[in-house]
Design a protein around this ligand. Sequence first.
Ligand code: HEC
Length: 239
Amino acid sequence: MPVFRYIFLSAFLITLLVVGWAGFRGEATTKPPLQILPDMDNQAKVKSQAASTFFADGKGGRPLVASTVPMGLKIAAESTATAPTSGPSFSVGHDYYNTGRFGDYWGDGMPPQVALEPALIRRGADRYSIYCAVCHGQTGGGDGVTSKYGVPMAAGNFHLPTFTDTADANYRTDGNIFATITYGKGQMGPYGAMIPVADRWAIIAYVRTLQMVKATPAPAAATTPPAPAAPTAPAQESK
Ligand code: HEC
């Protein structure tokens, strides 16, 4: 059937043409790129300092809405005297409970607002499993599941001297860990928008518990376990 031959031949040539025309787009060029499927590449927007016919005054840049706070500047906080210091709140004040700091220094230890009791540790264990264990490991050894998929956890082992030895030059105090949870550090992202202040302290208390458990030697067994019974008959050799 010669007609199929032409169909095949033309399909082949069309493919060649399309690939030849659209396929090789790897060269550097100063021309605007060829957009076969532009998707949402081009969108209406106002460039900074440009005019705009959208607004009555013809200016693209708009004055700030009253009481806008520029990012990166200090947000005027409530006074620590009136700021809520318990319950599901996020950092509001400038006190140790809300920042982990005393002025320019990191604090260590639980703030007075936090009651160090079993419920706190349980809450911390719960939150730690949800938010931290994937990377830092269920026991804080930095061996969470993500460490197997390329998250570098060299600094994430809570049993290193930087976390356990108060004499270490780089010792991380509770307040410092609080700030790491709040703002993140290096490779680690911030969790301040997800974990309320009270839960951050609960997590720290749990991390300290993990360290204590690791550092406590296992209690000596009351009785020495019986030696494994000697085999009564010589094991048969496999041939
Ligand atoms: C997505 C992975 C990931 C999660 C989840 C995570 N971390 Fe981290 N964390 C890291 C990495 C990576 C580092 C090392 C950061 C670096 O030095 O670049 C780190 C470092 C730290 C450090 C040490 C920072 C320092 O001072 O050197 C602390 C403390 C810490 N994490 C606490 C936590 C706590 C508490 C949680 C749970 C609320 C948590 N992390 C959740 C990845 C994670």
